[in-house]
Design a protein around this ligand. Structure first.
Ligand code: G3I
Length: 381
């Protein structure tokens, strides 16, 4: 049985030669080529996050067979929504719990998909397990902090060596005022805690792509965070940290903090300047968590879906105009499993529609917008 990836690699000619049945070429009669097939045609990847929280929970989509089939139909790469985060994989200082993470890893490999790794160090105390925040680092705290981080990063990366091609080594350590977030680890190691995570990851899997991942968005109000991320990247490069690129999360759309500023507050000029400066550091770009927050849009589904698709297309055209952008991952493929159903709930209480498919697994205008942006993109060098 050919895996989907082998099939795609063969192409129609190869299939005919094999005499195989009209095996899915990543295409579906009424939907045309899969989003990953469209991405691959340009030297890019398309995929999605998926979570294995308890069945029936928002981050438990993996348990839904229709969702798993949608991942198989459309995606060439997956990323764990939560299962490789320190607070999930490390219930205590002695334990690594990979059970849920391995379920997604095995599913991806069985279906010929690649895997991204999210995330080795979410450098933010809100997302540290309590046992770190309350840890006694003893009389030589720097040594203990280095030991703890080295053990964590090395164990995670070595376990998936050759199976995870790209890691979010560090996630969200610059706040919206552009400041470096402090944690018990940085308190004892300084900002170089970030460099250390990258060095350990490189040593553990030299072939893996290593990214810094953050949400500094293109909307008004994120300019200082963009600046803070850029300055951090410059310092990391100057110190020789083995960083390959910037993960741009891509959670675009309406103000997440109850702004009454409506939906489209994009500042494309400052955003392009930021991206120009990042690629000027010889860093790649990856869109790692794309979705479109429709909080401030009218409830009407036709209007909402159309506006979400229009903004999504505009954003992706801009991101794909950078040849350094090779990966597009969405943060969920179907609305009912989006994290946005649990955050900044709409005043009218209606469910949000931030992803390419609706709650009945039907493709939405945003799915077409993603396809059109991939079709319009120049092939990657
Ligand atoms: O698993 C527990 C469950 O046992 C418990 O009963 C329940 C009680 O609230 O909590 C469950 O944990 C939830 C966890 O997801 C599931 O692993 C947390 O409450 C919930 O806060 C957590 O939210 C995740 C969030 O990151 C924080 O880790 C979202 O699912 C996930 O979509 C979101 O993803 C982040 C990226 O990692 C980084 N970029 C932003 C993005 C969106 O916030």
């Amino acid at each position: 049985m050919l895996t989907r990836r082998q099939t795609l690699a063969l192409g129609a000619g190869g299939l005919a030669a094999l005499g195989a049945p009209g095996f899915a070429l990543g295409r579906d009669e009424d939907r045309g080529p899969s989003l990953h097939a469209l991405a691959q045609a340009k030297g890019m990847r398309f995929g999605s996050a998926v979570g294995v929280s308890p069945p029936g929970t928002i981050s438990g989509a993996f348990h839904d067979p229709q969702y798993r089939q949608l991942l198989i139909d459309e995606c060439g790469v997956l990323v764990h929504e939560n299962e490789l985060k320190w607070y999930v994989a490390r219930p205590d200082a002695e334990t690594f719990d990979f059970e849920r993470a391995d379920m997604i890893m095995d599913f991806a490999e069985e279906n010929g998909m690649e895997m991204r790794g999210h995330t080795l160090l979410w450098h933010h105390t809100d997302w540290f397990p309590d046992w770190i925040n309350n840890h006694d680092f003893g009389s030589r705290p720097g040594t203990e902090a280095e030991r703890m981080l080295t053990e964590h990063v090395r164990t995670m990366v070595e376990r998936y060596k050759g199976r995870i091609y790209s890691w979010d080594v560090v996630n969200e350590t610059i706040d919206e005022a552009g400041r470096f977030r402090q944690t018990p680890l940085s308190r004892h190691l300084g900002e170089e805690v970030i460099d250390l995570a990258f060095h350990i990851a490189r040593e553990a899997d030299p072939a893996a792509e290593l990214l810094y991942n953050d949400y500094m968005n293109w909307e008004a109000g994120y300019e200082r965070q963009q600046e803070g991320v850029l300055r951090l990247l410059e310092r990391l490069k100057a110190r020789g940290a083995p960083i390959d690129g910037l993960g741009v999360q891509g959670h675009i759309g309406s103000g997440n903090y109850d702004y009454s500023t409506g939906f489209d507050t994009a500042r494309e000029d400052t955003w392009r300047q930021f991206l120009d400066d990042v690629v000027g550091l010889d860093l790649s770009l990856s869109v790692t968590e794309f979705d479109v927050h429709d909080k401030n849009l009218p409830a009407d589904i036709e209007i909402r879906d159309r506006k979400v698709a229009e903004l999504g297309r505009r954003y992706l055209d801009l991101m794909f105009s950078y040849p350094q952008t090779k990966d597009l991952l969405v943060w969920g493929m179907a609305d009912q499993y989006s994290w946005y159903q649990e955050h900044w709930v709409r005043e009218d209480g209606v469910a949000k529609r931030p992803t390419p498919y609706d709650e009945n697994f039907q493709p939405k205008p945003l799915r077409q917008a993603i396809a059109d942006a991939l079709i319009a993109a120049e092939p990657r060098p």
